[in-house]
Each structure stands twice: as structure tokens, then as C-alpha cells.
Ligand binder design. Structure first.
Ligand code: EPZ
Length: 422
């Protein structure tokens, strides 16, 4: 397993272009299952999770070809298999995004129940509630979900019990081909949901209200292939913004819609960081001091749970104490133990982490436990005194494209040791 070694203490300077969003690329690949023909996808990041979703849709009969640096062609004409094997699904929860499209197109889907993951149990009851409301018969046995419908799904009014991003994506994709109107209330408003709705509409769907709590889908008889340019990754952007802030740097984060990082920008400004928006470029300058500011994670447009760990790294060097509350996942504080090993002063009590800023962090050997925790450790390492070795960086590779290359271009002293000993 690779390790990444970071020598801390250098302010980041320069500009970085943000890659395509992982969390919109995955549903976009899944959506190609809905219609036969050749799709063109652009601005797709080179990530492990993208390679996994490609393997999964290939299992169903898609033919996927790389197109240049960040493009793919997907030919879904030959989709005929409705079963996703456990050994693939267990590596990535988002595989469950195949459920909606397969039931809508083939009338059948058999997908292994995604196991939990490090950050929480992450059930898919809401996905299944929605598909069942649309008329699919749902059977769960031997760790698999079997969804089946005779004929077409039928549109319904569905009120989600809670805000779920991939849950609303699954239902939206299935409803696009249902007979009649579907209304989804209490829908997630994340930009990745809107990006998927835009792609589905380009395929001939009739979806309005994405990005608001109520999405209305008029089912159509068939969809057709389309071309899509994926949106930029708002979490990658936020991660680099936090890295610029913690190192007292001066960085242009390029190619991202400022609206999609609004809550992060506002919070960083409260912390004394200068954040200036120039079109799709965000200029971030670290402040004289890091002001401790409380944060509570929330569904979009609130402060993203996917930025909680990175923000905690920043707060560990604030000049004072603050409270970070995680409301989305039940176990998303695993970065705390590793940050403590670098000298952070953090106490967890239930859903809240009490962070007392320290004067300095010291480099140490640390271990990544999940995707955003590993980003948090990298951010802390950039500001720590001395050398940090991060093991199990495959977690980082799931969501950050060429991160060491990008950090190196900003002046960080960072190197990857392939197969390095932890
Ligand atoms: C998406 O996961 C993202 N992943 C996550 O990003 C992100 O943290 C999360 O949304 C919240 O924004 C992708 O888009 C691939 P949820 P998702 O369904 O859809 C509970 C990253 O780091 N829930 O919105 O799986 C669930 O347990 C990843 O890039 C149910 O109880 O998250 C969680 O507590 C991590 N039943 C909460 O809702 C359900 O049927 C929100 O989950 C569905 C969800």
C-alpha cells in the first residue's frame, strides 16, 4: 500500500484547477443504463471510484472507452444483465445507484446490499421506499436486493423520511421512465442532484425543481443518449481552500462554481481567511490568525459533512476553542485520533467534537481511515512541524485526483512512496 510523506511548514502559493466531481460522475455513469446508445461524458476525474462504477456498468453490458484526458464514451446498447456482483458492490456504496436505472430499463435489478462503511451504517431504506412506491417489488435475501416490476413503473408522490443524496438520485432516475408524474418531497438539494437532473433532461427526461426540496418528474416512454460535461468537485475545492488557509498561503482555486462552496467560503471568512470570488475562480489567502468558529454540518446549502474533517484540521490550529457538530453520519470523527497523534487537542462527546487550538502540530506517522479523514490528515501535515507519513492512502485516491501533483505545484513538499511501508 502506498504512503504519502509531507514535510510541513510551507505556505501554499499559486493556482490549482479543480477536477470533475466524483459524486456527480458516479450517478452520471449509472444513468447511462437508462437508454441504449452511445453517451459522451467529459470532465470525469481519474479516481478509483470512477474505475469501480465503470466495472459495474460493464458487468451490466455497457461498453466503456476512454476519450482523451478526462472523457469517456459509454455504449449502453448491450445492457442485458441486471445483477451486480457482491465483490464489486462491497468496494463502493454508490453501486446501489444502478438499482433505479436497471429497474426502469429492464424491469429487474439485483444488487448486493451495500455494506456499511467506516463513517456509518448507511442503509438504503429510502432508496427502496421510493422504488417500491413507484411499483417495484422489493425482496431482500442473502444480502441482495431484488427489485422487480412487470411493465412500467408508475409515478407517485413520495415524501422522503430524511434528506438522502443518492436516495433521491435513484428515485429520480427510475421515475424518469415511469408512467405518469412523480413528485419527490424533502429532496436533497446538493449540486450533484441538479447535475444529474440536467443530464437526464438532456437525455429527454422531463424533470423540474432539482436543487429545491420538491422535484417533479413527468415520466417519458424512452430516453436517448446525450453528452455531458461533469461539474467541478466542490469538496476537492473546499479541501484546497482549507489547505491554503491552514498554511497561511495564497491560492487561486480555479474552475468551481462559488455557489457550490458558499457555506465553506462563508465559514472560512468568519475564521479570518480572505476569500474572494472572481467568476469560477476563488482566491484564498490565509489570515494572521485562525479564529475559532463553531460549525454544524447540514445538507446543502449548509456546511457539507464532506468538509467536516478538513475543517477540524484547520480548527486544531485556531487561537481558541470551538465545537464541530456532525449531524449527517454517526461515526465521522475517526480523524480525531490521528489528529491527536499530531498534537491536536480534541475531545469527542456524542455528535460533537470540542477542539482547543494549539500553537503547533507536529509531523507523525498517521493512518487514513476514510476518504475525507485522509484529506484532513494531509491538511494538518501541510501545517505541521516536521514530517508526516500517511498510510492507507488508497482512501485518498478514492476522491482526489493526482493530489500530490496538485499540492506539489502549490509548493508543498510531498511525495508518494509506492508500496511504502506504513
Ligand atoms: C452522498 O452519500 C455522498 N456520496 C457522500 O459523500 C456524502 O457525504 C453524502 O451524500 C451526504 O452529503 C455520493 O454521492 C457517492 P445520504 P449518500 O444518503 O447518498 C442516511 C464522500 O466523502 N440514510 O445523503 O450515501 C445515511 O445513513 C461521500 O464523497 C438512511 O438512513 O448519503 C446518512 O446518515 C461520503 N437511509 C444520511 O442519511 C437511506 O436510505 C445521509 O446519507 C439513505 C441515507
Amino acid at each position: 500500500m502506498d504512503v504519502i510523506v509531507i514535510e510541513g511548514g510551507k505556505p501554499l502559493k499559486g493556482s490549482v484547477t479543480i477536477s470533475g466531481a466524483k459524486n456527480s460522475a458516479l450517478p452520471i455513469f449509472a444513468a447511462t443504463l437508462l437508454a441504449p446508445g452511445e453517451f459522451t461524458l467529459e470532465n470525469i476525474p481519474d479516481l478509483m471510484d470512477v474505475r469501480t462504477i465503470i466495472k459495474i456498468i460493464t458487468e451490466f453490458g455497457c461498453r466503456v472507452r476512454k476519450n482523451g484526458a478526462d472523457g469517456y464514451t459509454v455504449d449502453s446498447t448491450g445492457v442485458n444483465n441486471h445483477e451486480a456482483p457482491y465483490d464489486l458492490v462491497k468496494t463502493m456504496r454508490a453501486s446501489c445507484l444502478a438499482l433505479g436505472p436497471l429497474v426502469a430499463r429492464l424491469g429487474r435489478a439485483r444488487v448486493s446490499l451495500p455494506g456499511g462503511c467506516a463513517i456509518g451504517e448507511r442503509p438504503i431504506d429510502q432508496h427502496l421506499k421510493g422504488l417500491s412506491a413507484l411499483g417495484a417489488r422489493i425482496d431482500i435475501s442473502h444480502g441482495y436486493v431484488d427489485a422487480h416490476v412487470e411493465g412500467r413503473l408508475v409515478g407517485k408522490h413520495i415524501t422522503m423520511d430524511l434528506v438522502t443524496v443518492t436516495g433521491v438520485m435513484n428515485i429520480m432516475m427510475a421515475a424518469a421512465l415511469a408512467d405518469g408524474q412523480t413528485v419527490i418531497d424533502n429532496a436533497a438539494r446538493e449540486p450533484e442532484v441538479t447535475a444529474l437532473a440536467d443530464f437526464l433532461n438532456a437525455m429527454g427526461a422531463n424533470i423540474r425543481g432539482a436543487g429545491t426540496p420538491t422535484i417533479v418528474i413527468e415520466g417519458v416512454r424512452e430516453l436517448k443518449p446525450a453528452r455531458v460535461t461533469n461539474i467541478a468537485d466542490r469538496v476537492e475545492a473546499g479541501t484546497f481552500m482549507a489547505a491554503a488557509a491552514i498554511t497561511g498561503g495564497d491560492v487561486d482555486v480555479c474552475g468551481v462554481d462559488p455557489v457550490n462552496v458558499g457555506a465553506i467560503s462563508d465559514k472560512l471568512r468568519e475564521c479570518g481567511v480572505t476569500v474572494e470570488e472572481n467568476g469560477r475562480n476563488i482566491h484564498v489567502r490565509g489570515g494572521e490568525r485562525i479564529i475559532p468558529i463553531n460549525v454544524t454540518t447540514a445538507p446543502f446549502p449548509g456546511f457539507a459533512t464532506d468538509m467536516q474533517a478538513q475543517y477540524m484540521a484547520l480548527m486544531s490550529l485556531a487561537d481558541g476553542a470551538c465545537v464541530i457538530t456532525e449531524t449527517i453520519f454517526e461515526n465521522r470523527f475517526m480523524h480525531v485520533a490521528e489528529l491527536r497523534r499530531m498534537g491536536a487537542d480534541i475531545t469527542v462527546s456524542g455528535k460533537s467534537a470540542h477542539v482547543r487550538g494549539v500553537k503547533k502540530l507536529s509531523g507523525a506517522p498517521v493512518m487514513a481511515t476514510d476518504l475525507r479523514a485522509s484529506a484532513s490528515l494531509a491538511i494538518a501535515a501541510l501545517a505541521a512541524e516536521g514530517e508526516t507519513t500517511i498510510s492507507r492512502v488508497y482512501h485518498l485516491d478514492r476522491g482526489y485526483e493526482h493530489i500530490e501533483r496538485k499540492l506539489m505545484s502549490l509548493g508543498a513538499t510531498i511525495r508518494r512512496i509506492p508500496g511504502g511501508k506504513p
